[in-house]
Design a protein around this ligand. Sequence first.
Ligand code: 8ID
Ligand code: ZN
Length: 354
Amino acid sequence: MSAPSIPKKQWAQVIEKTGGPVQFKEIDVPQPGPDEVLINIKYSGVCHTDLHAVNGDWPLPTKLPLVGGHEGAGVVVAKGELVHDIEIGDHAGVKWINGSCLSCDFCQQSDEPLCSKALLSGYTVDGSFQQYCIGKAAHVARIPKDVPLDAIAPVLCAGITVYKGLKESGARPGQTVAIVGAGGGLGSLAQQYAKAMGLRTISIDTGEDKRKMCLEQLGSEAFVDFATSKNVVKDVQAATEDGLGPHAVLLVAVSEKPFQQAAEYVRPRGSVVCIGLPAGAYLKAPVFESVIKMVQIKGSYVGNRRDSAEAIDFYRRGLIKAPFKVVGLSELPKVYDMMHKGQIAGRYVLDTSR
Ligand code: 8ID
Ligand code: ZN
């Protein structure tokens, strides 16, 4: 294949300072280092993490100026001289873990997200809200050519993260998982991965659109509306066949309250997996019930390279169908606005050509 021509300038969404605004403007196309590839991003999903980064919600500073985005799918257009296992023309994805040291205790055991030197796409290094993005070759996701780049984009963070979270939950086929924040990006994919893994799901979120999507499109057996329910704990338990509560809870909501409720409705010996990262939030659980019910509470953070490849393969095999809407890269501020208001059912994906 002849080398593609790479422009000097490109369009990107950039913040100059924490709090925004996000500016759609022309910036330089970066050049890959020896162990890096340059990916011509075609589509990028918008994750709530990107909005946390704009707002400065977390106790970890971002780089500035910053190009956000970490669900970027596209085509490799250049590579450094040390890169031998991915070729120009291959399809590849920029995920949250852009790179890691590959030699620390955690990297050696395939726990790359725990590497203290991990580079975070759209946070500590520029991400996928631009037409040309750099990724460390060891970490970019390999995307088979028969997989559509728009649909796979949300899998690159949301899909990998919920797939890993479901594995961490220990729930087994036939058991029930409550998905809290089920109507959002992670939540919608969580229902599909759970179903593909033989798990049953109860969805918790709010509004008619999200109820319909969860029950009619994504395969949940029950929906509890946290805004209208008089007693979420009772309603979630009542949604399980024997009334004892779900075997696991996946917390992907962006508010603190559900992080304080889950241990109350989870089934004895069940697990509560915390994934969502609401600003300044604390976990709370009654010690007495948690002890006598032998409840496990844990965190789960994206996934390693193997989890990423597996999550993509679930999609490739036709097991994952979650709704997404495509809009232009220029429309990112509108997407953030809807996300902030909780108005997005599923995921928005940005087309970087407009
Ligand atoms: O590796 C990780 N742990 C990881 C990876 C990726 C994303 C963590 N995250 C974090 C994000 O930073 C964010 O904090 O997961 C969270 C969810 O990301 P998202 O799915 O991209 O957000 P969304 O699409 O806005 O969906 C959030 C949903 O939560 C619902 C909202 O209605 C929305 O549908 N929700 C809220 I806000 N409060 C709720 C409540 N009390 C609730 N659902 C149920 N009960
Ligand atoms: Zn994300």
